[in-house]
Design a protein around this ligand. Structure first.
Ligand code: NAD
Length: 314
């Protein structure tokens, strides 16, 4: 079987994907630039187990300037997860970085991969904007509510373009809020858990009523592995569990047993009110079925967060 290249391999979802591919015996090349917005040490820890495998090669490099020809030899499948994520900071002076890391970097990768290469692009539910009060399927209109969402949509369009014009076998997965061990430190659940475990107040953007379709990371990873071997297309990947921010906080209380103050502040610009996936197409074509519910998933993340605090106390 051909090698798999995972971009963004040291990140939250990328590192789980690497572990999963190694577990099924694949040879994996992981590319990551270790970009500065959360700690390099955290990302190195994400890859601790992968780096013990003789079938994993980590390449430190930036898609924006790395000579990709050197690592694409024998690669038949690419999972492209490298990106500048995060809605809140994508406005204003940061926008050029989002364009570079999400749009220009994707174009460089698409230029480099050969015709016939399977490439799965990690897109986001944010391309839809807020849901209209019912689950959205892939045909729903795209109304990005932040520069981040716009940059993900632009990259999706590039994947489509290189499919039509250059024969790249591109699939787009639209992940809905992914959570679980290794979640990025600025994401809501991660902030809530670390604050709760440190006995500090939990800060919420907005009134706590925002709803998210929550996807446990192993479910998102299963969808990604399935997509690497399935017909090209655009697929929603939702977790089948909708929770409000206040529900997340209640679940954090329940699984950690911690008591903490909750402080509500202004809404974050670009945060949509609600997301709701119709993942029917992924179920039918990819055999996708989310397996981990909210309480089980938050408990797994809490366990990981507690261990991370012991390893690197703040
Ligand atoms: P993450 O920040 O943990 O991982 C992204 C990784 O990409 C980082 O390790 C970073 O160093 C690397 N990277 C960034 N730019 C790079 C470049 N130019 N060259 C090489 N490496 C680069 O983020 P994540 O939460 O794991 O997200 C992974 C992907 O999934 C992203 O594309 C993101 O937009 C998408 N996504 C995530 C979620 C979520 O809930 N976490 C939801 C929807 C979509």
């Amino acid at each position: 079987m051909s090698r798999v290249l995972v971009t963004g391999a040291a990140g939250f979802i990328g590192s789980h994907l690497v572990d999963r591919l190694l577990a099924e015996g694949r040879e994996v090349i992981g590319l990551d630039a270790f970009t500065g917005y959360y700690s390099r040490r955290t990302k190195e820890r994400n890859l601790e187990s992968a780096l013990r495998s003789g079938r994993f090669r980590l390449v430190e490099g930036d898609l924006l300037d790395f000579d990709l020809d050197g690592i694409l030899d024998g690669v038949g499948q690419v999972a492209h997860l490298a990106a500048e994520p995060g809605v809140r900071r994508s406005w204003g002076r940061n926008f050029p970085r989002y364009v570079a890391r999400n749009v220009v970097a994707t174009e460089r990768l698409l230029e480099a991969v050969g015709e016939g290469t399977k490439l799965v692009y990690a897109s986001s539910s944010s391309v839809y904007g807020s849901d209209p009060g019912h689950p959205v399927d892939e045909g729903h209109g795209r109304f990005p509510a932040s520069p981040y969402a716009l940059s993900k949509l632009a990259a999706e369009e590039l994947v489509g373009l290189y499919g039509r014009e250059r024969g790249v076998q591109g699939t787009v997965l639209r992940y809905f809020t992914v959570y679980g061990p290794r979640q990025r430190p600025e994401m809501a659940l991660s902030r809530f858990l670390f604050s709760a475990l440190r006995g500090r107040p939990v800060d919420v953007f907005g009134d706590g009523g925002q709803l998210r379709d929550m996807t446990f990371v192993s479910d998102a990873v299963e969808a990604t592995v399935a997509a690497l071997g399935a017909p090209v297309g655009v697929y929603n990947v939702g977790g089948g569990t909708r929770a409000s921010v206040d529900d997340m906080i209640q679940t954090v209380r329940k699984v950690t047993g911690a008591s903490f103050e909750v402080r509500y502040g202004p809404e974050a610009e670009g945060d949509v009110r609600s997301t709701w996936a119709d993942s029917g197409r992924a179920e039918r074509v990819l055999g996708y079925k989310p397996r981990v519910g909210l309480e089980e998933g938050v408990a797994a993340q809490a366990e990981w967060a507690a261990r991370a605090l012991v390893a690197a106390p703040a």
